[in-house]
Design a protein around this ligand. Structure first.
Ligand code: GLU
Length: 509
């Protein structure tokens, strides 16, 4: 039926990109790439009231960061341009008119006050549905109830109107979801959704169907929250293009809050202290910043990996997957039907694994930026590289490179004196005065040579090396943390080591 796999991500540019959105992109992308298909990004901005400045660019920045590059989009071009629905306004009207002609849609002239009145009436009658549907449409101000002349008169007079789909009760509506299997809907409870608004813009429902058709979309993965809209979409497909043209749908399970039930929201993230957006999002009106995974120090490889396994696995125990492996192994049969709980600790574990797995070169630039943001200018990239190699096993998020690594760039400005004081005495003081001299004459400055010299002097002076090592570490880095002290000394160099011992001697007295 379709010559080629063509999938689309169809975001509305209304704000930050939720991790669920990125997972939707990812599953579309994996499916397309697995079958040598195209991945299209279409901007669904027909609801101009919800348009947010900057959101479009931001979405593409997020995709760029994740390495999920579209084949066609507003920025990548393509044979089905334009890819922004507001620029396709003229296209949709003709389809709405086709539906009118065939009797599958009608003009509705109801004013806001009339609609409000309808809802009040339904409420007072104790109706459990307040929708505009087959039950009430014949009592409303629309072309189904009005005569042809009356309708023409209103249209000629320029009366504002919308076009609504006419949903017939009892019409069978079903489709086979790639994840959920056969789905059936009862049109009795489906409302006559607006297809074309008074300003001439289509609603999402009309635009999504028309564009999926015109852009030859073969498969579409979208969030489970769109399942209730499926019956209207299926009816539109049936009336306009034929059901055999409809893409195969897959409604992805929700990403759930870590505690309790329900979809993970931005508020849960704020409440539990973790990001929910892919990248930092600055609200253009309030300037409020909502934190993103990227800025918190996640690697895109880890972010993609953790999203892939939220609702999918390959049937083995494997958890770490590169994008290439995911393309290779992704299979729709293994996407779960149920929602997946988000676990931030597990998300961090993925990042830690990817920090260890990838070559430092992959993220060195970002770490350098973090150092510089914290006021440390990196004059020697090779030195930073070396330091990163020493500490990468301990880093979970990228800023950890700064907290773990700053000691290689700056002498401590405070010491853990509580640990040192009880062990400090004149013998130790004289030991460290002598070690300075020894260090000065040491020819090879490497961890082994430093350790040998250190221990030799300790045994000559008959002092326990263990206690001296602890003090030496505090002298170098201020506390008892960090890699092995002789490695630190080797890395920061002879002059800096001697300087730090001297500084500490002054403080310890
Ligand atoms: N524009 C919809 C959204 O904002 C897309 C839903 C769909 O994929 O059909 O999520």
């Amino acid at each position: 039926m379709f010559d080629k796999v063509r999938v689309r991500f169809a975001p509305s540019p209304t704000g930050g990109l939720h991790l669920g959105g990125v997972r939707t992109v990812l599953f579309n992308y994996l499916y397309a790439k697995k079958y040598n298909g195209d991945f299209i990004v279409r901007i669904e901005d027909t609801d101009q009231g919800r348009f947010v400045e900057g959101a479009e660019k931001y979405i593409f920045n997020c995709l760029d960061w994740c390495g999920l590059v579209p084949d066609e989009s507003i920025f990548h071009g393509g044979p089905y341009a334009p890819y922004r629905q507001s620029e396709r306004k003229a296209i949709y009207r003709q389809y709405a008119e086709q539906l009118l002609k065939k009797g599958n849609a009608y003009y509705a002239f109801d004013t806001t006050a009339e609609l409000e009145f309808m809802r009040e009436r339904l409420k007072s009658e104790g109706s459990n549905s307040l929708q505009y549907d087959h039950r009430i449409r014949m009592s409303m101000n629309n072309s189904l109830r009005l005569s042809a002349e009356e309708t023409k008169g209103l249209l000629d007079a320029g009366t504002p109107y919308v076009i609504r789909i006419k949903v017939n009760p009892g019409e069978p509506v079903s489709f086979t979801d790639m994840i959920r299997g056969d789905m059936e809907f009862d049109t009795n409870n489906v409302d006559d959704k607006v297809l074309l608004k008074a300003d001439g813009m289509p609603t999402y429902h009309l635009a999504v169907v028309v564009d999926d058709y015109l852009m030859k979309i073969s498969h579409a993965f979208r969030g489970e929250e769109w399942l209730p809209s499926a019956p209207v979409h299926i009816l539109l497909w049936k009336y306009l293009f034929g059901l055999d043209q409809m893409p195969q749908w897959a409604h992805l399970p929700l990403i759930l809050k870590p505690d309790g039930n329900g979809k993970l929201s931005k508020r849960d993230g704020d409440r539990l202290g973790f990001p929910v957006y892919a990248m930092d999002w600055t609200d253009p009106i309030t300037n409020d910043i909502t934190k993103g995974f990227k800025e918190l120090g996640f690697l895109p490889e880890a972010f993609i990996n953790l999203l892939a396994v939220l609702g999918w696995n390959d049937g083995t125990e494997q958890e770490i997957f590169s994008l290439e492996e995911l393309i290779d192994k992704f299979s729709i049969e293994r996407v779960h039907k149920g929602g997946a709980k988000f676990d931030f600790e597990k998300a961090k574990w993925f990042n830690h694994e990817w920090i260890k797995k990838l070559g430092i070169g992959h993220y060195e630039g970002r770490v350098k930026e973090i150092f510089e943001k914290n006021g440390i200018r990196i004059a020697d990239d090779q030195y930073l590289h070396k330091v990163m190699g020493l500490i990468k096993e301990r880093c979970v998020l990228l800023p950890d490179f700064y907290t773990q690594g700053v000691l290689f760039f700056e002498a401590p400005n405070a010491y853990d004196e509580v640990s040192v004081k009880p062990k400090w005495n004149d013998d130790k003081k004289s030991y460290f005065n002598d070690i300075i001299e020894l260090f000065e004459h040491l020819e090879a400055w490497d961890a082994v040579a430093i350790e040998e010299a250190f221990k030799l002097l300790a045994s000559q002076k008959n002092i326990k090396a263990g206690e001296l090592q602890m003090i030496f570490r505090v002298m170098l880095v201020g506390g008892k943390t960090g890699p092995a002290q002789f490695v630190i000394a080797e890395t920061i160099g002879k002059a800096e080591t001697i300087k730090r011992v001297r500084n500490a001697l002054e403080v310890f007295g």
